[in-house]
Design a protein around this ligand. Sequence first.
Ligand code: GMT
Length: 377
Amino acid sequence: MKIGIVCYPTYGGSGVVATELGKALAQRGHQVHFIAYKQPARLDSFMSNIFYHEVNVSTYPLFDFPPYETSLASTLVDVVKFEKLDILHVHYAIPHASAAIMAKLILATEGINIPVITTLHGTDITLVGKDSSFEPVVTYSINQSDGVTSVSDSLKQDTYRHFKTKKHIEVIPNFIDVSRFQKQAKEHFKKAIAPQNEKLIVHTSNFRKVKRVEDVIKIFGKINEKIPSKLLLVGDGPERHHAEMLCRELNLCGSTLFLGKQNPVEEILSVCDLFLMPSETESFGLSALEAMACQVPVIASNAGGIPELIQNGISGFMAEVGNVDEMAAKGIYILENEERLHQFKANALARALEFDINNIVPIYESFYLKILSEQTK
Ligand code: GMT
């Protein structure tokens, strides 16, 4: 198949999933064309059947807001026509789905039918998409897509709750290449940051409000009172400043390390003992899956699609959003007993293996074939 993939090129979850999917599809013999405003971060090695098309947005003094969606739609028309794509798969509804539908309508006037698949990732539905400034366009784009997928059942139900659509939504969960995460733990790194063999607790995110990074600090503070430990904060974003302030206030600066954006994150995760994800909501929680693939159990909120990933009391624990006492208590429970910690680590990896790339990519492939076969009916 010749597949066009539209995504955000940044380190965000939807861009990572889209890029890893494209790379895996190329490995399975498909020709993959990425269309984005910048080369996707994870598109870091050459493959003869992967192509990248940059969307250039013209500027003009009149434009306070460069019309990205228009440029994207025009690029899609061009790439679909010139490369003779079979299918367009767009990740994150805003503005990718509406741009793809616009391209589809334009191509139809020339007798070209391009099936569009939209994958809903989370905030495009739960936070941003349902806002009345976007809702009618997102609804229309979902309804006009030839196929729609969501990364969890929870996100599917959220979509039905917030949008006027009866469209079938296929749930295809996030995935990772578990083998990539099976790195040898970097013992010298661990020794340098935890010389007294302290437990290592980690959080990775884009430090946005939805991640509740201040809860991460509070949970860590409570765990640290009982179990000597260090907190590694990986990533960066608008809430970092507040997190730093709280560390100072709680006197935790000596045991907290702000590591900033790190790639590859698995080298850090593989020396850690516990992952904290107290988010307000997560449609899936890809970062928790990455931690689990490195044998790190997770303490998370019982929100969104998280219960579809974490088995409570087996690969980690969940508590209500904001219940930092409960989250800390469960963290202490896992960390205070070596045998128990070992078991949780093994369980985390076992659960992650269920979401291995080799199990999930064929589901996308079958979905493409289903959508293509419906076109010819
Ligand atoms: O808001 C983010 O966390 C980034 C966002 C994205 O689209 O880049 O992540 C969402 O998509 C990921 C991949 O499908 C999911 O694993 C994340 O749970 C989801 N984030 C939220 O729902 C908050």
